[in-house]
Design a protein around this ligand. Structure first.
Ligand code: HEC
Ligand code: HEC
Length: 254
């Protein structure tokens, strides 16, 4: 849950810095004639093509400064970049991930980034942060699930690969947080879970698919089944801590 709380805080920070950025741009519009030439700072938002500026204004609030250490998965993660191809990454940036905090950035999705800006972001994420050969010839599970998976087999695989850190039934343990919590499951997509299980979150100490049990990498099917078990734990109305009686006690007296 810490991550979610951190996430809310960082979203607020991102909004503040976006506002600051907008104010900066607006104040630059009034430059009188004869003043210094247009510089990078006075570019219109849709003309910015510098990766650092684009990433910090649009992505860093959730994915972290320099692509790691945020609430959302690190993009500066060579294992992630070895399993997700450019087309996949580009599509997520264009459309976002429905039902999660990942917004769509393309103008066609109501965002503010041009196709050219999205190309720069996609290309530079790989150019700066991938490490060819990082998988050392290991054959990772596919990025996309090939089937719906079996929750019962997934529960058994959970015990083998995850319980030592995330605790019995995913309720949290000494080395990993709760991952069957109703609010967590409501905010993460099935693919988001799959991505984290395969790529891990190295910056937080979460192992990739090879590292849960020493010498026993997870198979593609096991990853699919664990995701099926986790998503079978979603509830219809998440985030409702109060029973009906409790809730009544919290109402304003008439
Ligand atoms: C408001 C928070 C937020 C912002 C801003 C944001 N993201 Fe995300 N992003 C997320 C979350 C949360 C997910 C995981 C969604 C899920 O559950 O699948 C995500 C997922 C992704 C993924 C897919 C990971 C996978 O599973 O393959 C990519 C790629 C990505 N974001 C890139 C970006 C880029 C590039 C930017 C800036 C242009 C950006 N994001 C801005 C929150 C955000
Ligand atoms: C060696 C300990 C360890 C093992 C084994 C492990 N994890 Fe994790 N996992 C972590 C740590 C540490 C984090 C990051 C901090 C946190 O959220 O607990 C994490 C994060 C996660 C997250 C993201 C949680 C969030 O709040 O964003 C998911 C989902 C997850 N793990 C699923 C799994 C699954 C499923 C397995 C088994 C296939 C597994 N993990 C095995 C340690 C582990």
């Amino acid at each position: 849950m810490n991550n979610l709380r951190r996430f809310a805080g960082e979203t607020a920070c991102a909004t503040t810095s976006l506002l600051a950025f907008a104010v900066l741009l607006l104040s630059a519009c009034g430059t009188p004639h004869g003043q210094p030439q247009r510089t990078a700072e006075t570019l219109a938002p849709n003309e910015v093509l510098e990766f650092g500026a684009l990433f910090s204004a649009n992505c860093a609030g959730c994915h972290g400064d320099n692509g790691q250490g945020g609430a959302a998965i690190a993009l500066a993660d060579p294992v992630y970049l070895a399993i997700a191809d450019d087309q996949t990454i580009r599509n997520v940036i264009i459309r976002g991930v429905r039902g999660t905090a990942m917004p769509g950035f393309a103008e066609s999705a109501g965002g503010l980034l041009t196709d050219k800006q999205i190309d720069v972001i996609t290309q530079q994420i790989r150019a700066r942060w991938s490490k060819p050969g990082i998988l050392d010839n290991a054959n990772p599970p596919g990025y996309t699930a090939k089937s719906a998976g079996d929750p019962q087999r997934g529960q058994a695989a959970y015990k083998t690969y995850c319980e030592s850190c995330h605790g019995p039934d995913g309720h949290g343990g000494p080395k990993g947080s709760a991952i069957t919590d109703d609010s967590f499951l409501a905010l993460v997509s099935d693919q988001g879970l799959r991505t984290i299980i395969i790529a891990g979150r190295a910056e937080l100490g979460a192992p990739d698919w090879r590292g849960n049990v020493r010498g026993k990498p997870m198979s593609d099917q096991e990853v699919t089944d664990v995701v099926a078990w986790l998503t079978s734990r979603r509830v219809e109305v998440p985030g409702q801590p109060y029973s009906a009686t409790n809730y009544a006690q919290h109402q304003e007296p008439k």
